[in-house]
Design a protein around this ligand. Structure first.
Ligand code: PLP
Length: 400
């Protein structure tokens, strides 16, 4: 029997058919507008998670909506990489024009971007040193995704343990310990170093420019590539279009995902010409990558974020948020550290962060965690100072 809209809304959501890979919070969200989301009882929540860094332009953005409608009007939601389409080519050109890169590969998520980056790095390395030159060097506290290669380079033994054997050939180094770099890298074995310029899931840890520079030097000295994973910290999040631009250290490969297509699934791998020229047709592929709908929306999102005035505003808001968090920390002994960049901040606590995030949700604020004792703030990049005041006031109450 058909149900009316009202009956559907009133019915409790039965999510028992969903696989238990998540532990979602109780509210059922039905709508978003600006920097707020609304549950099925009509309650508003200020969103400092933004879909884990995805919803950079907030909710209901008019330019994203217009881009979706423009793409739909062509009838080509998807075609195939067997054929040429304009939006993917245009988006790739925009990314190349704005970055160090010469070529771009599109995929559908952050973890897929990591996997593709590893394949491209190994392809390049094989052309230099044969099969032995295949190792990936990753950093302590890293997170690169949940697929087998990405998980192998993710420094979370508990996440890895149930699924071993993972992709072999990964070594971990402590970025603060140059000796560990010397031991891990070897020109005969190493294909690439992978690093998040601002580590996200591992506790929101910006890597100092001199550490990134040391990784660049180590890669060069060992005839290896440097991969920057900017899935979380890229595309305006730090107040720079790409996080690497703040450090002056230039990678050979860079991965993007989260905000790229305004909430539609899309990842990208940016490569220099010397890596790209080792990749042949058939070396890698994905059915959906760079389809006309997602690519059209991404060109709109990218143009918005790449606008210098937009990035400048993110930097201003980032400084304001930092200042407010420093003040909060000064009056709140439970906060042991505040760290981040732009609109990506971690609040390290003296206690588990999950109950604090749950209390913030009760009080009308969405915040994420990063590891056991860190609260993570990733608001939409279009927040205002008054939203920051409101969020910090709620955090102050729940931490008091
Ligand atoms: N790399 C980084 C730095 C991330 O933060 C994430 C996800 O949080 C990923 C990769 C994986 O992205 P996805 O969840 O889209 O596979």
């Amino acid at each position: 029997m058909a149900t009316t809209m009202v009956e559907q809304r009133a019915a409790p959501v039965a999510d028992g058919a969903l696989l238990g890979t998540y532990r979602p919070a109780p509210p059922v969200f039905v709508r978003g507008e600006g920097v707020r989301v609304y549950d099925d009882a009509g309650r508003a929540y200020l969103d400092f998670v933004a879909g884990i860094g995805v919803n950079a332009l907030g909710y209901g953005d008019a330019s994203v909506r217009a881009a979706v409608e423009r793409a739909l009007s062509t009838g080509l939601i998807h075609l195939s990489n067997l054929y040429r389409t304009e939006p993917a080519a245009a988006l790739a050109q925009m990314l190349v024009d704005a970055s160090f890169a010469d070529r771009v590969f599109f995929c559908n998520s952050g973890a897929e971007a990591t996997e593709a980056a590893f394949k491209f790095a190994r392809r390049w390395a094989r052309s230099r040193g044969g099969e032995a030159k295949h190792e990936i060097v990753a950093l302590r506290n890293s997170f690169h995704g949940r697929l087998f290669g990405a998980l192998a380079a993710t420094d979370r033994p508990a996440m890895q343990a149930p699924f071993t054997p993972l992709m072999p050939g990964v070594r971990f180094v402590d970025p603060g310990d140059p000796a560990s770099l010397d031991t891990a890298l070897d020109p005969a074995r190493t294909a690439a170093i992978i690093v998040e310029p601002v580590q996200g899931e591992g506790g929101v840890r910006p890597l100092p420019a001199d550490v990134l520079a040391r990784l660049r030097e180590a890669a060069d000295a060992n005839d290896a590539l440097l991969i920057f994973d900017e899935v979380q910290c890229g595309l305006g999040r730090t107040g720079h279009l790409f996080a690497y631009q703040a450090s002056g250290v230039i990678p050979d490969i860079l991965t993007l995902a989260k905000p790229l297509a305004g909430g539609l699934p899309m990842g990208a791998v940016l490569l220099t010409g010397r890596v790209a020229e080792t990749i042949q047709p058939g070396d890698h592929a994905t059915t959906f990558g760079g389809g006309p709908l997602v690519a059209t929306v991404a060109t709109t999102v990218f143009a918005r974020i790449a606008d210098p005035a937009f990035l400048n505003r993110v930097r201003v808001l980032g400084e304001y948020l930092h200042e407010q968090l420093r003040e909060l920390a000064a009056s709140c002994p439970g906060i042991v550290d505040v760290r981040g960049a732009g609109l990506m901040w971690g609040i390290a606590l003296d206690r588990p962060a999950a109950p604090v995030a749950a209390a913030a949700l009760e009080a009308g604020l969405l915040v994420a965690t990063a590891g056991e004792r860190v609260l993570r703030l990733l608001p939409p990049l279009v927040i205002r100072e008054s939203d920051i005041d409101e969020a910090v006031a709620i955090l102050g109450e729940v931490l008091a």
